[in-house]
Write a protein that binds this ligand. Structure first.
Ligand SMILES: [Zn+2]
Length: 395
């Protein structure tokens, strides 16, 4: 079968299965049962392809092995790594993934893309300049009522198609390949129960990126800051000189974070502070702030800014108490990947062999690979060719 047709057929099959994950679920993993429906389908398909050690574990991780086909006693077989390929099962929790109706826009000629069920909100090249590159290609979107789920079913479809290809053409030499499909990536828990030891790969790649030909070997260094502000609650009618209002102090604290260091004003390699959650009352307010930078120095600068905000608020209101607790989320995977430059180089060579120009990029976020890098599995991210627009439409 034509490989392009095969990858599209698989993709269309996978996106029709609703695998939305859910934020804030503590008492079960994966966060939604429906992700397992796709997991089970993939298990069947991996078995049909003749892969070995096909497994769906108790947490919803699908793993399988394609043994190397290079004779072990040859020179080519010496020092061959086991290569892992990873993609995630779930889709973004904020936009419905139910009854996805994929639409193929044949031979895209440029300009806006109208989604039939969302005609007033077309996908515009102005907002998505990367569309320009796909002139003459077919573009797949949802009908506008749901997300599409290309993130990351494009990655799954690509990996499955590649496995099918390697199984049908035994003349293509390959090392031992381990495949992993993981749940709950979109809610930040993709690797929570992932058994790196049992996966037993030497290197891995996630297929979870956007523009064609991109290799991502850098992520943010990420911390979160929990800021607790204690005030003094007094009957407001008799509060003069006594009340210390934690709600007002929380607002003041936020106002001290310079606007030029926030997500809405930064891009590229710039750091930011993102106060994104606030709860509380007069006696106590809590503020959660994301701290993001590409290196430790940048993180320290951002944290110093929080400390300054604290000191300024306390200067105006010394009776308040303010505590800042910093929690580490993940670190820039480049720290690890720089030790094994051949991993990214191999990916770039492969991209070149496919007639594309490799582009190295830094992710203004994290990946499952970033976490895996720090538990012994160096894992950069490869493009899964899913452009543009989170939410209804493409992603
Ligand atoms: Zn993804």
């Amino acid at each position: 079968m034509d490989i392009r047709k095969e990858v599209v057929d698989r993709f269309l099959r996978y996106v029709r299965i609703d695998t939305q994950s859910k934020e804030g679920v503590e008492d079960r993993y994966p966060s939604t049962e429906k992700q397992l429906q796709l997991a089970r389908l993939l298990v069947d398909e991996l078995k049909d392809l003749g892969l070995e050690e096909v497994q769906l574990d108790q947490h919803g991780y699908v793993t399988a092995t394609l043994p190397q086909n290079i004779p072990p006693d040859t020179k080519a077989a010496s020092n061959l790594p086991t290569v892992g390929l990873l993609a995630h099962l779930d889709t973004y929790p904020e936009v419905s993934g139910k009854n996805v109706n994929p639409i193929i826009h044949k031979n895209y000629s440029g300009g806006k893309i109208v989604l039939p069920q969302l005609p007033d909100s077309p996908i515009l090249p102005r907002d998505n300049p990367e569309l320009e590159r796909y002139k003459g290609d077919d573009i797949i979107t949802s009908d506008g009522t749901t997300l599409l789920g290309a993130d990351d079913k494009a990655g799954i479809a690509e990996i499955m198609t590649m496995l099918a290809r390697l199984r049908s053409d035994l003349s293509l030499p390959h090392p031992r390949i381990r495949v992993g499909f993981t749940p709950d990536e979109e809610v930040g828990n993709g690797t929570k129960y992932f058994d790196v030891k049992a996966f037993a790969a030497d290197v891995a790649y996630t297929a979870d990126g956007s523009g064609m030909g991109e290799v991502e070997d850098e992520t943010f260094c990420a911390d979160s800051a929990n800021i607790q502000i204690k005030g003094i609650d007094v009957h407001p009618g008799y509060a003069k000189g006594k009340m210390v209002n934690a709600v007002r102090l929380a607002a003041e604290f936020i106002s001290k974070i310079p606007i030029k260091h926030t997500p809405e004003t930064t891009e590229g390699r710039e750091s930011y502070l993102h106060p994104y959650q606030i709860t509380g009352n007069v006696s106590e307010a809590k503020l959660v702030t994301l701290v993001r930078s590409f290196d430790q120095e940048g993180l320290d600068q951002m944290k110093a800014m929080l400390e300054r905000a604290k000191q300024e608020v306390l200067k105006n209101e010394p009776r308040a108490e303010i505590r800042i607790d910093i929690k580490e989320s993940y670190r820039n995977m480049k720290e690890v990947l720089d030790k094994y430059p051949e991993i990214v180089k191999c990916a770039e060579a492969a991209i070149q062999q496919c007639g594309m120009t490799p582009v190295r990029k830094a992710i203004r976020g994290g990946t499952d690979g970033a976490r895996l890098c720090f538990v012994g599995l160096p894992t950069p991210n490869l493009s899964a060719s899913m452009p543009v627009r989170r939410g209804q439409g493409i992603t």
